[in-house]
Every structure is written in structure tokens, then in C-alpha cells.
Ligand binder design. Structure first.
Ligand code: NI
Length: 391
């Protein structure tokens, strides 16, 4: 099976690169993936899949029927959106859209999932069970997975696979992570309400700027003294606004931040933990506050058994030299986690780093991938899919 998959992918590889370049040069922002979706739907239809468009707003679902020998259904998920970044790669297939770029590799993810559908439909025999291909919009805004799920795409799904490109892993290699792959990411919005007064008479006022600074300091110190250091929490206040004049005590300060964690038990306690600290500082100095702690996406927790399956597929396909077991998670976020509330799954990291070019990080205007990685991704995904019903 593996050698057949490799042969088919070798034949398909010029077409896969053409698909990737087309998607790369026509990026669309989150929730506006109309042309990409139409293109994806066309490729899926040409492979004989049953296609549904406008799922989860601008998402696409392709159903590949199995023989029915096994009732378990597998989902394979890709994301389709680009980012509001002006591309500066200088590639001849660089973005045609001013200010929009595929700088997170979602063009590659979409191509890998399409390539997987193409390969599996050319095997000449159906797989034992059905595969549902999910092409979601709006991953960058962490909305698309929720939209897809709301439209029922996880109904009857028993397992789900996905991949994300990674520039620090060389092209041709696969990164496998057991347990947490990415973090839970929540949004924090905080307003400190004091009382205005003359800058020379602090005792007659309640200084919201100074209290805000105490809150920031207290939160950072409390992480170091009250959170388990083996269960990381990162809290960043990235935006702060307040005050009217140098000699007027501010009565109102707004703080905006992000809160990241890896362990679901820690994550569950964070809203109350943050609010308690805010409340105590405000109470001590007589301020009031408003807090809006918005849950974002949970951590991606890769399932043990499915990750073993993915690792063994990658090992068989590429040998152990080209499979890295990742010892650390990322504190980035990924809305793939929302599907994992409905079925176990695993996401692998697809190495896209070039040996001879500087490798820029994800979301960088010069981010680029070594396209040979597409073959690696498609073979790994297609072979893992074939192995799923043997597990
Ligand atoms: Ni991404």
C-alpha cells in the first residue's frame, strides 16, 4: 500500500505544486474564502467525492465513500485562510492580493488534504470506511472550526487528522507530538475605574493608572508563586489605554491581553484566578473594575493511540531519521482543538524548512516553504488514513 501511495504521489507532484501555487497566489482573508472554496470544491468533485459548499459559512466538505466494511468514519481537516500581511517573498507566484498573504502555510494544508483525496481516490479500491474532508475557513481568527462544527461536520466522526507546517523542521521530515501540541488561548479585557483628581493631590483621588500597574505586577508575580511551574501560564497585557493629561490623575484604564495555558485543569481555573487578583488589588486601593474574560480555543491535546498511528505511518514512510518526536508544545493556538471536543484526533507538524534559504517564522512577510514538503505531507496523511481502520 505504501509503495503504491508513493508512486501515485510522485506522479501527482507537479499537479500538487500547481494547486499550491494557485492557492498561494490567490489568498483570501478569514471568512472570505469564496474563490479558494470554489477551487477546492472543483478539485474534490473531479476526484469523485460528494461535495457540499457553504458549510461553516465559506467551508467545504468532501465525502469519500468507503466499502462499508467498517462503520468507523475518519475526518481530515485543512484550513484555507490567509493573513492581512503584505507578501515580501519575491516569488513569481507571490500573492496577487495586495496586503493578503498565505503566511501560515494554509495553502500547503489545503493542498495536502486535496492531495490526500486525490491519492486515495486513485487507489482503485475503496477504503473500509468513509473519510470526510473538512476545508474550514477562518482559522486565523479562531472562528472557522466552530462554524463548521455548528453545521454538523463532526456528526458520526470517530477520529480526525490534521497537519500544520513548521519552518524549523526541515522539509522531508515530520514532527510528532504526544499530548499538548498548542495552548489554550483566552482573551482578557479589564477596565479599572478610579477617581480623577489633581496630579499634585493624589490622596484626594484614586489613581487608575497606578492601580493598573499594581494589577499587572501582581498577576505576573502570582503566576510565579501560585501556578504550578510545570503547568505553564503566560499572561500578556498587550494593550493599555488611560489618562487625559500629565497633571490629571486618570480615573479609567483599559487593559487588553491574552492568557495561555496547556493543561485543561489549569485552564478551567484561570478566569476566577485572574479576577480574584484584580478584585483584591482594586479593593485595597478603593478602585472598581469591569472584567471580561473570554474563552478562546482550548489546547490541542493529541490522542495517544492516533498519534502512535501517525508516528508509525511516518516512520514506515520516511524512516526514523525523518521523524522528530517533539519534546515541547507551542504556546500558540489552533482551533483544531474544537474538533477534539467531538472526537479524538492528532495533528502532526509538517517540516517545510529549506536547507539553503533563511527560514522565516510563520506569519512573517517573507515566510516560504520548501515545496517538496507537500509530497511528504500527502504520503504521510494518505498512508495514515489507510492504516486507520487497521487500528
Ligand atoms: Ni496556521
Amino acid at each position: 500500500m505504501l509503495s503504491r501511495i508513493k508512486d501515485i504521489v510522485a506522479n501527482l507532484s507537479p499537479r500538487l505544486i500547481e494547486i499550491r501555487r494557485h492557492i498561494h497566489s490567490h489568498p483570501e482573508l478569514s471568512g472570505q474564502e469564496y474563490q479558494t472554496a470554489a477551487y477546492v470544491a472543483g478539485v474534490l468533485s473531479s476526484c469523485g467525492l460528494q461535495v457540499q459548499e457553504l458549510v461553516g459559512k465559506t467551508g467545504v466538505v468532501g465525502e469519500m465513500a468507503g466499502s462499508g466494511a467498517d462503520q468507523r468514519q475518519l475526518a481530515i481537516r485543512a484550513d484555507m485562510d490567509g493573513l492581512p500581511i503584505q507578501e515580501r517573498t519575491g516569488l513569481d507566484f507571490a500573492s496577487h492580493q495586495p496586503g493578503i498573504m498565505h503566511a501560515c502555510g494554509h495553502d500547503v494544508h489545503t493542498t495536502v488534504a486535496l492531495g490526500t483525496a486525490m491519492v486515495l481516490s486513485q487507489l482503485g479500491e475503496p477504503l473500509p470506511g468513509n473519510i470526510r474532508f473538512l476545508f474550514q475557513p477562518a482559522e486565523e481568527t479562531a472562528q472557522g472550526a466552530g462554524w463548521m462544527i455548528k453545521d454538523g461536520v463532526m456528526a458520526g466522526i470517530d477520529a480526525i487528522f490534521a497537519a500544520h507546517v513548521f519552518p524549523t523542521i526541515p522539509s522531508g521530515s515530520i514532527g510528532i507530538r504526544y499530548g499538548a501540541l498548542t495552548a489554550a488561548a483566552d482573551d482578557l479585557e479589564l477596565v479599572i475605574i478610579g477617581e480623577s483628581g489633581h496630579g499634585a493631590r493624589p490622596h484626594e483621588a484614586i489613581d487608575a493608572i497606578w492601580i493598573a500597574s499594581q494589577i499587572i505586577t501582581s498577576l505576573q508575580q502570582a503566576i510565579s508563586r501560585t501556578q504550578n511551574p510545570l503547568r505553564p501560564v503566560v499572561l500578556t497585557i498587550g494593550q493599555i489605554q488611560g489618562g487625559r493629561a500629565p497633571n490629571v490623575i486618570a480615573d479609567r484604564v483599559k487593559l487588553l491581553g491574552t492568557v495561555r495555558s496547556l493543561h485543561p485543569e489549569t485552564s478551567a481555573l484561570l478566569p476566577d484566578w485572574v479576577e480574584n487578583i484584580v478584585a483584591q488589588v482594586c479593593q485595597t486601593y478603593g478602585a472598581k473594575y469591569e472584567i471580561n474574560y473570554r474563552r478562546g480555543v482550548p489546547a490541542v491535546l493529541n490522542d495517544l493511540v492516533l498519534t502512535q498511528l501517525m508516528e508509525s505511518a511516518a516512520q514506515e514512510a520516511w524512516g526514523s531519521d525523518r521523524v522528530q518526536i517533539l519534546l515541547e508544545p507551542s504556546l500558540g493556538a489552533e482551533d483544531f482543538s474544537l474538533y477534539l471536543n467531538h472526537a479524538p484526533g492528532t495533528m502532526f507538524r509538517l517540516g517545510v524548512g529549506s536547507a539553503d534559504l533563511p527560514n522565516y517564522p510563520l506569519h512573517h512577510p517573507q515566510f516560504h516553504v520548501d515545496e517538496q514538503a507537500i509530497v511528504t505531507g500527502v504520503v504521510t496523511m494518505a498512508y495514515a488514513a489507510c492504516k486507520y481502520w487497521q487500528y
